[in-house]
Design a protein around this ligand. Structure first.
Ligand code: BYC
Length: 474
């Protein structure tokens, strides 16, 4: 479906035919642009950035490349093509025709899901706004900005739904999305991970790998929704999301590769002297970001999640691939819980454990990516293995919240945690060292000392391509 770019707000939802909605969104647009100027990438707003923009939602048009100044990026509203005669794939309404309007009884719940999803998008841009000043290369800087403008577009995606389907409440929520700020004590973002800092590029790549991956799983669950406009919106968002995950996984992989290279070249284990990042420090960052991201799936036992599912609002990852009844009325699930200092498996109604089911899919995906990083280490003939910590490690939400635990999953006393946590999560010193490496590299084709170049450039361009021109003077 092609996108109409002649309008102020590019869209494929025939906005011209709905003057009220068009006016409402045009009234929201200046607030968004003010937010972008205030909270978007610091210092680079007048540069020409080699960005991808969608010109249609099909394979030919969704990735069109060219130089754009970020404030001129064509943020718009793009939904995946409708599926004819689509049926609700799960829950109490399974098999009925999908809804094109919000079912009245689920209005509040659906709005809340959309607001929670929408809130993460601007939050991540805020968390990353200062990173441009310490980029490891022009290639990475361009990728950061691509992710940032697309998170801005994902905010538009949710705001469209709020304006189009939730009347006045929706408009108020859309304003709220521009009012909250990541890490702000009075107006924080909704979910925990989006109030953490992203102080350096190692943290950024970890965030894009682990936290954006939560986005993939949440969007995939919402893409199953019986509320068809939400499903179609999320389906198109997922095509953009894949690049964000690529940035994260390949970014961490390139850091691992560079560390291995330095270890081999100098026959040493600690590479800080050569301005590389030790594998042990990378491991601590994995422990930190993985555990923060696991919290984003919510409590293991959640009546909210059960209600979303039964109501047909939020499904499971790849619902159609599952061979059960898609209603889960009589199914059970074996859930791990800490009980009296050990972890035991307990039998629970499957409906109540849907957050955990989604977390399972996420964990398996993280394991696959971890294996690819470990392959880099193995191929360098280095004896070290990166690991994902236990899913109960350092959790703040759910059954494991507050339990002191080693990365291997042994429950320990608080005193031991305090004494040993510097072995497991980044210390001030680790963070200071990583921060000391963050010196900007902006000569085309050059890369910081702590990261290997990528295998290939963006859109088949060479590595020394001028991905950004008109950089501000230092
Ligand atoms: N932090 O019953 P529970 C992305 C709250 S990332 C703070 O377990 P539920 C992206 C919860 O709200 C994807 N609070 O919750 C990535 C509830 O509050 P109330 C974002 C939390 O509803 C990178 C209470 O605790 N999308 O796209 O089953 C860059 C009870 O919890 C947290 C979505 O999240 C937390 N971590 O599940 C850019 C999808 N966890 O009712 C973008 C939409 C829970 O007591 N959201 N709480 O006031 C949802 O599906 C659900 O809201 C959640 C929570 C899965 C998040």
């Amino acid at each position: 479906m092609s996108i109409n770019y002649s309008e102020r707000i590019p869209n494929n939802v025939s906005l011209l035919d709905d003057r009220r909605l068009q006016r409402a969104l045009e009234a929201w647009q200046p607030g968004f642009l003010n937010w972008w100027r205030e909270m978007g990438p610091e210092s680079f707003q007048s540069c020409d950035v080699y960005l991808r923009t969608a010109t249609s939602t099909d394979a030919q048009g969704w990735a069109t490349f060219g130089y754009v100044k970020m404030p001129d990026y064509r943020w718009g509203i793009f939904l995946a093509d409708p599926e004819s005669d689509r049926r609700i794939p799960f829950g109490d309404h399974k098999g009925e025709s999908v809804w094109q309007e919000v079912p009245g009884e689920h209005r509040g719940v659906l709005r809340r899901l959309i607001v929670t999803q929408g809130d993460t998008e601007p939050a991540s841009v805020e968390q990353q706004r200062h990173l441009g000043k310490t980029c490891p290369s022009l290639y990475d800087l361009r990728n950061l900005f691509q992710v940032n403008v697309e998170e801005g577009r994902h905010l538009w995606a949710m705001v469209y739904l709020l304006h189009a389907y939730f009347g006045r409440d929706g408009r108020e929520e859309a304003e709220g999305l521009l009012r909250r700020r990541s890490g702000n004590a009075d107006h924080p973002r909704i979910l925990g991970a989006f109030n953490e800092k992203t102080p350096d590029w190692l943290s950024y790549f970890m965030f894009a790998h682990f936290t954006d991956r939560d986005g993939k799983y949440q969007l995939a669950s919402l893409a199953e929704s019986g509320f068809d406009p939400l499903a179609r919106t999320c389906r198109f968002m997922l095509t953009e999301e894949a690049h964000h995950l690529f940035v994260g996984e390949s970014g961490v992989g390139r850091i691992v590769a560079r560390t291995c290279q330095l270890m081999r070249a100098h026959n040493i284990f600690e590479v800080g002297h050569y301005r590389g990042i030790d594998l042990s420090v990378i491991q601590k960052y994995i422990n930190f970001h993985y555990s923060v991201s696991l919290d984003l799936f919510g409590s293991e036992l959640s009546t909210n999640a059960a209600n979303y599912f039964s109501a047909g609002l939020k499904g499971r990852f790849k619902e159609a691939d599952r061979s059960d009844d898609h209603q889960l009325t009589n199914s059970s699930y074996s859930l791990l819980k800490p009980v009296d200092g050990t972890i035991v498996a307990t039998e629970q109604a499957a409906l109540l454990t849907l957050n955990e089911t989604l977390r399972d899919s996420y964990v398996a995906d993280c394991e696959r990516a971890l294996a690819r990083w470990n392959k880099i280490i193995r191929e360098a003939e280095i004896e070290f293995e990166l690991k994902l910590p236990h899913r109960g490690f350092r959790r703040s939400i759910g059954e494991f919240a507050g339990a002191s635990m080693t990365p291997e999953g042994k429950i320990i006393a608080e005193e031991e945690w305090q004494r040993r946590k510097s072995e497991w999560i980044p210390t001030e010193r680790d963070r200071e060292f990583v921060a000391s490496l963050m010196k900007p590299v902006t000569t085309p084709g050059q890369f910081a000392t702590w990261i290997a170049p990528p295998v290939r450039g963006i859109n088949h361009q060479p590595l020394d391509f001028d991905y950004i021109s008109g950089l501000p003077r230092a």
